[in-house]
Every structure is written in structure tokens, then in C-alpha cells.
Design a binder for this molecule. Structure first.
Ligand SMILES: Cc1cc2nc3c(=O)[nH]c(=O)nc-3n(C[C@H](O)[C@H](O)[C@H](O)COP(=O)(O)O)c2cc1C
Length: 310
């Protein structure tokens, strides 16, 4: 079934295919709701949240919550929305999304195109949540790094009641300077400000940090200590790999993103969500064997559809 849909969609420009799919699925929400109700769930607990299964949809496919938790109809145990910024923004000029079918990979330089936190909040309130929702927060392109925390706190605060866990994304390669927020002083200040905001928030909800696959060694250790000091609940390993033209995802990312899980587990007890290059149940199990508590998929779902759960 999916190979038929894919043979049609893959004839179109990648971003057009993506937009058509999201609008189509959004219109089919009543059907998805029925399908989601009939799904089997394999409950998995992590950071105090009960997930409906260990494989979730990674950030970037449903940035604006067109389908939201109803992705569960395809087998996802949780769904991460975003990256969401405070204000809507157009992202980078098109074309900015490229398939590399022979490698089962994607290169994208979307640049946090999204409709902004207000629209996302309205959409998340439309349907009851059938599986847990993560909110992945970012900063607007024109916000300088020394004020980035204002954007992150704005998104986290505005969407706090509509999410089950939250993500600080400092690792997309397509917003100039964003990855500098992963480093020492910048990250210390960012996490410190978020910590101050979060102290008074009730109920307490988990907050994760999403890292780039290039982070290793001493940099990783420094990040781990900052996470522990600022009450971060876990990390998502990894975002896309920076290559010519954007960020690389899919098959070629599997070995490096999986190695990062082991490296993290060797230096910190904070739980890991493993993402990068999962194309089958066996791939997801491999990430969990290396120490991930949960996993996420994006590119594998584009190439394989619901067969990624097999
Ligand atoms: C088209 C596209 C858009 C993405 N957008 C985001 C994003 O907005 N925020 C984010 O944290 N990660 C984003 N990602 C990264 C994915 O969440 C994931 O970390 C990465 O693609 C590796 O997983 P995969 O190999 O299963 O795709 C995006 C990936 C792709 C392919």
C-alpha cells in the first residue's frame, strides 16, 4: 500500500509532496482518530511520562501540528511537534528539501519554517491527544544568540499545557549560529535562564536537549555536566549531520548517531532518545541496546511508511 502512495509522491517535488501529505492527512483526521483508537500500544515509561510505544515521530515532519497526536494511527507511540519559534517565519528560500534515494537519505535546509507558537497551540487544542506530544522549541532567525533564551522560554511557556515533554533544539544546522548555543558559555547561560523559568512551573514536565551528531569527547562531557546542573531530564541524539547544502538524515546517519548514544551513556546517566537512520524495528532495537530509552524516526518513515515498525 505505502509503495503505491510513495511511487506517486516521489514523482513530485519533495516539499510539495510533504505539504500535500500533511494537508491530506489533516483532512482525514476523523478517520485517523478511528484508526488510532484501534492501535496496539506497548507502554514505555521514560522521564516520568508513559509513552504508547518506544518509537516516536521525530521533529520536523509535522512542525505545525497538522496531524498532531493522530500520527499514532500509523504506529507512533509519541509525536514531536516543531521546531516551533515564537513568531511565524518563512525559513530558507526553496528548493530546500532533497531526496537521495540511492542512499535512502534526505538533505534539508528548511531553516525553521513554521507558523509560530500561536497557530501551533490552536491546532494542538483541536483533537484530544491519543499519544504523548513533545514540543520542540527553537529561536527565530532574527533573534541574536545572547537573547535566544527569551525565544525558548516564550515557546516553552506558551505551549506548556499542550505538551507532555519539551525539547530545547540547539542543533539544527540551517539557522546561522544556532549550533553555537551548544557551546560552553552560551549553553550555560541558555540552560540557566530556562532553569530559572522552570523552577516555578507546575506540574513539572520533562525537558530534553537535542544535540548535533558532531558533538563528541570533551564537548559532550561539558554539555552533560551543564544538563545535570540545570535539571535537564535527558538528551535527543541526534539531529542531522551538517553537509554541503544542509543537514543529512536517513541511513548514512545511523552509525554515527548510534555511536553517540554509547558515548553519552559512558559519561552520564541522563536518559537518551535515539534518532537517526532508523528504517526497521531492528534498527530501533539496536539503538535501545546501545542505551536509548526511546527512539524516533523521520526519514525512514518517508522511505518506508509504516513498514518501519516491522
Ligand atoms: C525535512 C527535515 C526537517 C527537520 N526539521 C527538524 C526540526 O525542525 N527540528 C529538529 O529538531 N529536527 C529536525 N529534523 C531532524 C530530525 O528530527 C532527526 O533528528 C533527523 O532527521 C535524524 O533522524 P532520521 O534519520 O530518522 O530522519 C528534520 C529532519 C528532516 C529530514
Amino acid at each position: 500500500m505505502y509503495s503505491l502512495i510513495k511511487s506517486l509522491l516521489f514523482r513530485l517535488d519533495p516539499e510539495l509532496a510533504h505539504d500535500l501529505t500533511l494537508h491530506g492527512l489533516s483532512a482525514l483526521r476523523p478517520v485517523l482518530r478511528l484508526l488510532a483508537r484501534g492501535r496496539k500500544s506497548a507502554r514505555t515509561k521514560a522521564f516520568g511520562v508513559v509513552f504508547d510505544g518506544p518509537v516516536g515521530l521525530a521533529a520536523g515532519l509535522d512542525k505545525n501540528a497538522y496531524v498532531g497526536s493522530l500520527w499514532a494511527a500509523f504506529g507512533f507511540g509519541f509525536v514531536e511537534i516543531g521546531t516551533v519559534t515564537p513568531r511565524p517565519q518563512a525559513g530558507n528560500p526553496k528548493p530546500r528539501l532533497f531526496r537521495i534515494p540511492e542512499k535512502e537519505a534526505i538533505v534539508n535546509r528548511m531553516g525553521f519554517n513554521n507558523e509560530g507558537m500561536e497557530r501551533v497551540r490552536k491546532r494542538l487544542l483541536r483533537d484530544p491527544h491519543v499519544v504523548p506530544i513533545g514540543i520542540n522549541a527553537g529561536k527565530n532567525k532574527d533573534t541574536p544568540n545572547d537573547r535566544a533564551y527569551e525565544d525558548y522560554v516564550a515557546v516553552l511557556d506558551y505551549l506548556y499545557d499542550v505538551g507532555d515533554y519539551f525539547v530545547v533544539n540547539v542543533s539544527s544546522p540551517n539557522t546561522v549560529g544556532l549550533r553555537d548555543l551548544q557551546r560552553g558559555e552560551n549553553l550555560s547561560r541558555l540552560l540557566g535562564e530556562i532553569y530559572r523559568w522552570r523552577r516555578s512551573k507546575r506540574p513539572r514536565k520533562p525537558l530534553l536537549l537535542k544535540l548535533a551528531p558532531e558533538i563528541e569527547g570533551e564537548d559532550m562531557e561539558e554539555i552533560a555536566r551543564l544538563c545535570e546542573r540545570n535539571d535537564i531530564d535527558g538528551v535527543i541524539l541526534t539531529n542531522t549531520l551538517k553537509v554541503e547544502g544542509g543537514g543529512l538524515s536517513g541511513r548514512p546517519l545511523f552509525p554515527i548517531s548510534t555511536r553517540r548514544i554509547e558515548e553519552w551513556k559512558a559519561i552520564s546517566d541522563l536518559p537518551v532518545v535515539g534518532v537517526g537512520g532508523i528504517f526497521s524495528r531492528r534498527d530501533a532495537e539496536e539503538k535501545m541496546r546501545r542505551g536509548a530509552v526511546l527512539t524516533q524516526v523521520l526519514t525512514g518513515f518517508v522511505y518506508r511508511g509504516w513498514d518501519v515498525f516491522r
